[in-house]
Design a protein around this ligand. Sequence first.
Ligand code: FE2
Length: 221
Amino acid sequence: MYAAAEQNVAMDLAWPTIISEAVFEEADQYRDTLINIIERAASRAGVSGQTGRLPELTMRPELVGIRKDLPREWWTFVLKSIQAHLAAVRPGLYPIGSKQVSELWPNIHRIGEFHAPHFHSFERSVLVGTYYVGVPEVRSELEACLALMDPRGRISASAEYNKFHGASEYIVQPVPGKLVLFPPHVVHYVYPHRSTTAVRYSISFNVSKAALAGGTGSADF
Ligand SMILES: [Fe+2]
């Protein structure tokens, strides 16, 4: 609850959408390792790209199996970022361990590939994360970007409204080493890119509601 100074007015925040972005400082050091892990898994699964992000493709055992190969330093960064995000949403909870990342999978976008608008299951997720491993050079503003859509629906249609209450899309630039975290109900999609030589690699995950049990356990791997 917020109290406006010198006024007898009580204020509150309803339906806040907390989005966080964190940067893995050792990203350069681990980039090639992560790309190799993703490419090896994709080749075992017989997958070359992921246009539209079909769930049955994303959840192939060969792809979700990469979690055991990911470096401990990467996990440490991700878990600390999740913990900071959850503490901002609901102070006083957690620590979190890798078991609370209930699902994790790689994404490979080659030229022209995209993810169609979707949200993540509320049963399986209290928080969604995406980490950017490698990103192609782009020639126009939105190529390869992640777009998060306004969860308030279609009300924010006018420029005047947007100036006061915020734009209807939140665009995330996919910089290698960046981790973005957002609530699962936010509809999101990925723009395609036009690079013929480079590939967009990312790792996405769901944090399960077990993370909200809070206060027990330690940061396990
Ligand atoms: Fe998603």
